[in-house]
Design a protein around this ligand. Structure first.
Ligand SMILES: [Zn+2]
Ligand SMILES: [Zn+2]
Length: 80
């Protein structure tokens, strides 16, 4: 059974390959309102609770605040 990246839809033969890809996937799950940067969820949070923009010169933080989920935005626009 193939492992599929839910962001960019690339498929991988093993879970490990997918895991490695997830670190570098540039499809990005989150974006920051402050600087417009896109980044993977794991780059913005360590505990899945507190989110911070990974850009050095940006102090955007807070999921649903400065940081939003790209997939939610896509879904919202797709259903309209
Ligand atoms: Zn990906
Ligand atoms: Zn930012």
């Amino acid at each position: 059974m193939p492992h599929i990246c839910r962001d960019c839809k690339r498929t991988f033969n093993t879970e490990l390959e997918l895991e490695l890809h997830r670190d570098t996937c540039d499809a990005g799950e989150l974006f920051c309102d402050e600087c417009g940067e896109r980044f993977a969820e794991r780059r913005a949070t360590e505990d899945g609770w507190h989110y911070r923009c990974p850009s050095d010169d940006c102090d955007g933080e807070g999921i649903g605040d400065d940081i939003h989920q790209v997939s939610n935005v896509r879904l919202e626009t797709a259903t309209k």
